[in-house]
Design a protein around this ligand. Structure first.
Ligand code: G1P
Length: 293
């Protein structure tokens, strides 16, 4: 069984749902409470044992690379001012030298194409894939649970959760077969099913462990839903040669690609912090008490 050492983060998206905020700032750098969205996802991967972080970026995303670099002047100033807690926090989040790689998706051809852009950096080994729009909150992280399932099953593991059936058309949806350990066999899959046609309400939540054979399939994958090269379509083909397991994640997921999900994530993570909980509850009560315009 080959260990999952590398994780891919597709961060090339334009973030049009967040304009004008994302005109000059990547959507992955928008702040949830006190850190950028991408930091939550990288931390989740690190907690799951990932050792190398591969970012598929695009134009105007250079600040993501800066975020994961050492900020010498800042560290020096914090040291001089005795701000050791903040310095320690930054150092803990800092990937070690050589632990990050960056490549560019030059054209927005879809998630499948973005993942394919990482093929040489991943090489011939299984890898984790984390979509940074989705950030998660639970005692044990989604990817950690998936790595544990992978250790028992091998093959491919895809994170899924239940959604409101009315929302199924927004996601990739899986069909469920026999249960195994903490997961189940995936017997079918459809990307963005037309309303009322989804086989289940189990949606792909943006976390994957995939075998490298996916890259050969992505290479000649035809365009699917939305005219884009879809990862789901390539995974469906992979499923003919290898087993796809679903990992049913039971924690909270916030879709930070939408304004509602982003606001919900800010509230949820703020309420989770003991030093902020009461203050935020008070602020919500105050805001709700104000007359509407
Ligand atoms: C992508 C995947 C989809 C998945 C979703 C989760 O869609 O293609 O299968 O359910 O992420 O966020 P996108 O959000 O890029 O349209």
């Amino acid at each position: 069984m080959r260990k999952v050492r590398k994780a891919v983060f597709p961060v090339a998206g334009l973030g049009t749902r967040f304009l004008p905020a994302t005109k000059a700032i990547p959507k992955e750098m928008l702040t949830v409470v006190d850190r950028p969205v991408i930091q939550y996802v990288v931390d989740e991967a690190r907690e799951a044992g990932i050792e190398h972080f591969i970012f598929v970026t695009g134009r105007n995303k250079a600040v993501i690379e800066d975020h994961f670099d050492i900020q010498f002047e800042l560290y020096d100033t914090l040291e001089q001012r005795g701000k050791t807690d903040q310095l320690e926090m930054l150092r803990t989040m800092q990937p070690a030298p050589g632990q990050t790689s960056f490549t560019r998706q030059q054209e927005p051809l879809g998630l499948g194409h973005a993942v394919w852009c990482a093929r040489d950096l991943v090489g011939n080994e299984p890898f984790a894939l984390l979509l940074p729009d989705m950030i998660m909150q639970s005692e044990e992280s989604c990817m950690k649970g998936m790595v544990e399932l992978y250790r028992r099953t091998g093959n491919n593991v895809i994170g899924v959760q239940e959604c409101d059936p009315d929302e199924a058309h927004k996601y990739g949806i899986v069909a469920k077969g026999a249960e195994l350990h903490t997961g189940f066999e995936i017997t079918g899959m459809v990307e963005k099913p037309a309303k009322g046609t989804a086989p289940t309400n189990l949606y792909i939540n943006g976390r994957y462990i995939l075998q490298p054979e996916i890259f050969q399939l992505l290479e000649n994958q035809e365009r699917g839903a939305g005219g884009e090269i879809q990862l789901t379509d390539a995974m469906l083909r992979l499923g003919k040669e290898q087993t796809l397991f679903g990992y049913h994640y039971r924690g909270n997921t916030y879709d930070c690609g939408s304004p509602e999900g982003f606001i919900e994530a800010n509230l949820a993570f703020a309420l989770q912090k003991p030093e902020l909980r009461e203050v935020v509850e008070g602020l919500i009560g105050k805001a709700l008490g104000r007359p509407r315009d």
